[in-house]
Design a protein around this ligand. Structure first.
Ligand code: RIB
Ligand code: CA
Length: 307
């Protein structure tokens, strides 16, 4: 039986790949997509979500635009990673379709209320939309929140913090304090999901959409080659989506995660009590290891099924 999923994203190269994986997976009943600022401005991330859906003929999936800025922090986008459009690299026409009129919070509330079973929320950008939804409507109807964000070890926006959490630490704190079942797929596992030349070649053999994903990755690799010397890019968000649908792909540890909001130096740090050194109650299932071969086998097979 498929699981009802709502994807809250900031496309973004890896968000786009996560969306394609969701569309290609029979385990997923994609109820809709909500967008947020993050990798680029809200206008651009929303346009990119529409463009990706149109690329694979899935204009039937509704898109609702959400937050244009964090709850209280200044807007900062990751154009240095994802380019001016937020999806630089492959040629993709501007969107022909438009988002629904409802804002993301109203859309999330309506879709969750109408769902026949509790919904899995998969946020892959800053958590502003999800925090606003929880503040306004509570967590009834939400089965789990499976998010890409944070890190046990080093960050990627600052030495201390990962971008999605750094962008809106107040929103992240609301989500991690919600009492809901949280799965945190942080950089510790997503950096194991490096899509390199070998995987690009397999994707190109898989078909038109595989070529698109490979072209996305060529651009996405540029930043990672310059920064880390890697010959590939970590497709962070696809790991979160894959974890939501394939048990056992990611090993997790149930532990306490707190969000640093006072310090500027460590703003947005996920303080993960990996070894239970404190009495703080466990509030998240934190990814610690990824079955890389199984993950890429799934991704390439599913993307290939999109034609
Ligand atoms: O730090 C990586 C995360 O930030 C990914 O979700 C990427 O798409 C950006 O949103
Ligand atoms: Ca993202």
């Amino acid at each position: 039986m498929s699981i009802p999923v709502l994807l809250d994203c900031d496309p973004g190269h890896d968000d786009a790949i996560a969306l394609l994986l969701a569309l290609a997976s029979p385990e997923v009943d994609l109820l809709g997509v909500t967008t947020t600022y993050g990798n680029q401005t809200l206008e651009k991330t929303t346009a990119n979500a529409l463009r990706v859906l149109e690329l694979v003929g899935r204009e039937d999936v509704p898109v609702a635009a959400g937050a244009a800025a964090p709850l209280r922090r200044q807007l900062v986008v990751a154009a240095h990673v994802h380019g001016e459009s937020g999806l630089d690299g492959p040629a993709l026409p501007p969107p022909r379709t438009a988002p629904v009129s409802d804002d993301a919070v109203t859309f999330l509330a309506d879709r969750i209320a109408a769902a026949r079973r509790p919904v899995t929320l998969v946020p892959t950008g800053p958590l502003t939309n999800v925090a606003r939804f929880l503040r306004a409507h509570g967590g009834d109807g939400v089965d789990r929140i499976v998010l890409m964000g944070g890190a046990i070890a080093e960050g990627n926006m600052t030495p201390a913090a990962e971008f999605n959490i750094w962008a809106d630490p107040e929103a992240a704190a609301i989500v991690f304090a919600s009492g809901l079942e949280i799965h945190m797929l942080g950089l510790d596992v997503t950096h194991q999901a490096l899509l390199g030349r070998a995987e690009e070649e397999r994707l190109r053999q898989a078909g038109r959409v595989g070529c698109f994903v490979a072209d996305l990755n060529v651009f996405f690799t540029r930043y990672h080659r310059e920064t880390y010397g890697w010959d590939g890019a970590p497709i962070h968000d696809a790991v979160a989506l894959a974890h939501a649908i394939v048990p056992g792909l990611v090993e997790t540890v149930h532990c306490n995660v707190e969000i640093e909001r006072e310090s500027e130096l460590c703003r947005g740090r996920t303080v993960v009590d990996r070894w239970h050194r404190t009495e703080r109650p466990a509030n998240a299932h934190v990814g610690v290891a990824l079955d890389r071969e199984r993950f890429f086998g799934l991704l390439i097979e599913r993307v290939g099924s999109l034609g």
